[in-house]
Design a protein around this ligand. Sequence first.
Ligand SMILES: C[S@@+](CC[C@H](N)C(=O)[O-])C[C@H]1O[C@@H](n2cnc3c(N)ncnc32)[C@H](O)[C@@H]1O
Length: 273
Amino acid sequence: MTDGMSSFAPKDLDLKTHLPHPARVYDYLLGGKDNFEPDRVAAAHLVSRMPNTATSMRANRNFMVRVVRYLAAEHGIRQFLDIGTGLPTSPNLHEVVQEIAPESRVLYVDNDPIVLVHARALLVSNPAGRTAYLDADLRDPDGIMSSPQLRETLDLSKPVAVTLIAIVHFIPDEEEVHRIIHRLMDPLAPGSVLALSTITYDGSPEEVRGAVEAFNSDGMPLMARTSAQVAELFDGLDLIEPGVVRVNHWHPDEDARVPDTHVHMFGGAAIKP
Ligand SMILES: C[S@@+](CC[C@H](N)C(=O)[O-])C[C@H]1O[C@@H](n2cnc3c(N)ncnc32)[C@H](O)[C@@H]1O
């Protein structure tokens, strides 16, 4: 699919390693190595306010794995538009769905240069399928939907699953998030799916408020919702059972056995009628 990272990561790319970045903070908390001192300091600040952050993030990553596996196995989805991909973390989305259907196609999108630099690891597709990477911002949904990378990877006449996993909380404007979701879902065929997860106040509002304050004071805008607000993000779509729930309750497996008090993410998946 690609001849190397130089094909999409310019040599003069400024990674701003003196500042914390959400993708690298998340990578650190998941046990990854693609992070720098300011990311680790911000992660420690976050954990000081929300002690179970790492468990919550791991539960979120496991939710991503279960939801895409379910969509591939139970709903026959073969195309995925994953926005806010993050740094490569095993298993990556395409590895999960191509295990079920090798012909699956995935377009990964992120706006963080560090993800761009490491995107090569996301492009090791099963030859029967395809993966591609687009360096773009969720706040420009029309740019994403009209990009050559999208047109070359996904066939919009067939269902696509849009996965917004742990990203909408970085856009602290509720109206804008609703607008973005409509712009992404409107061009898609019936049977397409929106799957998302985001940080919520339910259960431990004080801890979550602390996490929001920590991220905001470290220069990374973060907004938490109530689970009712998360459900509104699926307006006009048919929620798949069990609806919008704490992520460890969505079609749980062994890995999902974590105390609810440690999980601060709600999510769900819904079908476009
Ligand atoms: C917490 S990570 C989640 C990674 C992955 N989706 C997961 O759940 O395992 C959030 C990712 O969203 C990306 N992101 C944040 N705001 C974004 C935006 N406006 N446009 C594109 N990507 C964004 C960050 O760079 C980061 O990689």
